[in-house]
Design a protein around this ligand. Structure first.
Ligand code: SF4
Length: 418
């Protein structure tokens, strides 16, 4: 019915409205209406595309049909509505030329770039774990299967993914993920300037990188921290500037996994891709547990669901890349979350800059330490990954909505955004 549409009305609801401008939700919305996708968009063309909408008050739906579109009239930020199904709601209504509603749908942004229509909420979670060689729904189950079948976690995940596509396609997709991650680090390390949004936050990764590389290889013990910091911040500064990132598991927490991989797996010559695939598949297996049992949405869980989960995934991934057993990987992932429990989401000005950029640097360092603690142990520990995921879920439910991606509490109200 695209040729009948003459107007689109969009209501952003809940957290999606309250942090919408700072998070670039409005920009993403316009680009989505134009048919762009995060995976394929040429990010250097974004500003020009958005300027056309502002100046001409026109938009080309799906790149095919041009209609009048005035953001001030057609996009409503309904922070007063907190949807019951998920705090990130978006209602889209298409009208014909006499104002008859052609289609009206409500979608939810459920974390990590995933969106789900209202009638599919809850339905697909179960489907995601069916029809695979080794279905699992808890950390204990995952480790038990691995031990029983004599598999590492990444091997189990690879076999499960075989149900969806040939193994070589899975590897190709993993390599593509790493390619986007490493390109993002590369851009972030050299792109200078002030981040958009009005907070006047300067990009720091380029100057940190210049210092790190100007005197040859550094021998100080702190060089480990410097590299993890600069890689993570390079990614999150790119994210804050609207550059292409991999949600890992989310945009706000996109720097932790690439940083740890870059430091530990990307300088081993021929061995690197195998290590990186091991890392990514293990991290993915851990991420699945959080998605199944709790949430990776800052709007539901606070920052523990974003940076905390990324830290947990990275810790597990690194332990696996170091050759850790499934028990040690589970332990690493558990430690990675345990010390992020209660972490609130309070972005200043709704922008994913303060505290988010530094928080990724801290998260990367914490992930390495968690992996180290785990591989130095025999895998025996008092707190299980399942217990810590459930604790995160309960903490997220108890957390005041001021601290769940609404910018109504914490640093967001104590640091003046001007
Ligand atoms: S504080 Fe954490 S959860 Fe909130 S926007 Fe920043 S990175 Fe995302």
């Amino acid at each position: 019915m695209l040729d009948k549409v003459t107007r689109i009305q969009t209501d952003l609801q809940g957290s999606l409205a309250l942090t919408g401008i700072g998070h670039g939700t409005d920009r993403a919305l316009y680009l989505g209406l134009m048919g762009e996708t995060p995976r394929t968009i040429d990010t250097s063309s974004v500003d020009e595309k958005l300027a056309r909408i502002r100046e001409d008050k026109m938009i080309t739906l799906l790149g095919e049909r041009e209609i009048a579109f005035d953001p001030a009239r057609d996009v409503d930020f309904r922070g007063d509505i907190m949807p019951v199904l998920h705090p990130n709601g978006m209602k889209l209504t298409a009208f014909d030329q006499v104002g008859v509603v052609l289609l009206c749908e409500t979608w939810y942004s459920i974390g990590g770039g995933f969106v789900r229509r209202e009638d599919r909420m809850g339905a697909e979670r179960a489907k995601e774990v069916l029809d695979v060689a080794y279905p699992f729904s808890s950390g204990d189950e995952l480790v038990d299967i691995c031990n029983r079948e004599n598999l590492f976690i990444h091997q189990l995940i690879a076999r499960n993914e075989d149900s969806y596509r040939p193994r070589e396609d899975t590897f190709r997709m993993l390599d593509e993920i790493w390619s986007v991650m490493s390109n993002c680090i590369g851009r972030g390390l050299i792109t200078k300037g002030i981040l958009p949004g009005g907070l006047e936050v300067a990009r720091r990764a380029p100057s940190m990188y210049a210092k790190l590389t100007s005197h040859g290889p550094a021998n100080e013990r702190e060089a480990l921290l410097d590299w993890l910091n600069v890689y993570a911040m390079a990614v999150n500064e790119e994210n804050a500037a609207g550059g292409q990132v991999v949600t890992a598991p989310t945009n706000g927490a996109a720097g932790i996994i690439p940083s740890v991989i870059m430091f530990y797996c990307a300088s081993d010559g021929l061995a690197e891709m195998e290590k990186i695939r091991t890392f990514l598949m293990t991290a993915a297996g851990i991420g699945m547990l959080y998605k199944q049992k709790a949430s990776i949405s800052g709007a539901e869980m606070g920052c523990q669901g974003e940076v905390g989960v990324a830290c947990s995934m990275a810790a597990g991934g690194l332990a696996a890349a170091w050759g850790g057993t499934p028990d040690q990987v589970e332990h690493a992932a558990e430690i990675g979350m345990e010390h992020n429990l209660g972490l609130t989401c309070d972005p200043v000005g709704g922008l994913v800059q303060i505290p988010c950029i530094e928080r990724n640097a801290i998260g990367a360092v914490k992930a390495v330490n968690a992996a180290r603690l785990a591989v130095q142990s025999d895998g025996q520990h008092k707190v299980s990954l399942d217990q810590v995921i459930e604790t995160m879920r309960q903490t997220g439910l108890d957390m005041n909505s001021k601290y769940k991606e609404t910018s109504e509490g914490g640093l967001a109200v104590n640091v003046v955004a001007c």
